[in-house]
Design a protein around this ligand. Sequence first.
Ligand code: TXA
Ligand code: MG
Length: 322
Amino acid sequence: MIPTPINQQSIEHAAALLRQGQLVAFPTETVYGLGADAANPAAVARIFAAKGRPDDHPLIVHIASAEQIADWAETTPETALRLAAAFWPGPLTIILNKKACVPLAVTGGQQTVALRIPANPVALQLLQAFGGGIAAPSANRFGHISPTQASHVAEELGDSVACILDGGPCSVGVESTIIDLSDGHSAILRPGRITRSQLKAVLQTEIRLSPQTGTRAPGMLAVHYAPNTMSLLCPANTLNAMIDDLCSKGKLIGILAFSPAAALTPCAHLIRLPEQSEHYETVLYSALRELDKLQLDMILIEQPPDNEAWAAVNDRLGKATV
Ligand code: TXA
Ligand code: MG
């Protein structure tokens, strides 16, 4: 499937495909999504088939405006409205109790629904042209690295999608922050670009970091977002010695490093990533994909600092490595 350039016609065509129950891959600011009409259980079933994803894993419903929360959520807590006003359109997914009419196929059988307005012009045009909610997980095979470019989707999902809208590289590059408001408390189920401090500043309450009982996020499985090549996290001060040791044994090594002192040795395939966490996030997945194609014995990843700015990166790297 060749990615389609964006124009009025391709957006209208993609919206028509969604209305027919077909799958459309589209860019968001975080990663590319694999979209289907969220109100059509047969269309949603195609997402699970294309991804090879277990069908008890819930999907995010993408909407065009905060007024549409009421189409999906039983009640709209005031906290949800405050977060929506502060962060939507943007990389924040809010979990609320679902309305009876929301198909269980979308929610993985749960009584809660995940909602988000993406901050990407193509996603917003598609949502407006379609009119309803678009259920979309990341457009990768289950457990693999999320796509941040249209070509990643084409490589991975090929002809199982009816259309891939090419909106260029994603600006954020890691999946949305997920906050669960469904039980009257606030809990972060997945860290992302929007940090716990930013959420706390708006909600003015304590926010838990672990999921509450009854909610499931496959992003929280131990192995997820993983390249095929064995990948290891390595502290900056032991990285060079580790590389030299492996190279001396004839191993083919890939390196992801960000600090200027690290990985100066010429014997490995090095991708130097930005030192600033937000810029690092934007290019992390494409760098992992690039190294993963090189038939290496191992990928060594320089361990980032353990602080809030790096929370999303550390979460994803923890799941991508052994
Ligand atoms: O940035 C993103 O969130 C991207 C773009 C396409 O919007 N989407 C994405 O979807 O990352 P996916 O399916 O790869 O991850 C969605 C996460 C999963 O971990 C899922 O379990 C969680 O959202 N989720 C969805 N509905 C949920 C619910 N009702 N309760 C708990 N977790 C839920
Ligand atoms: Mg995913």
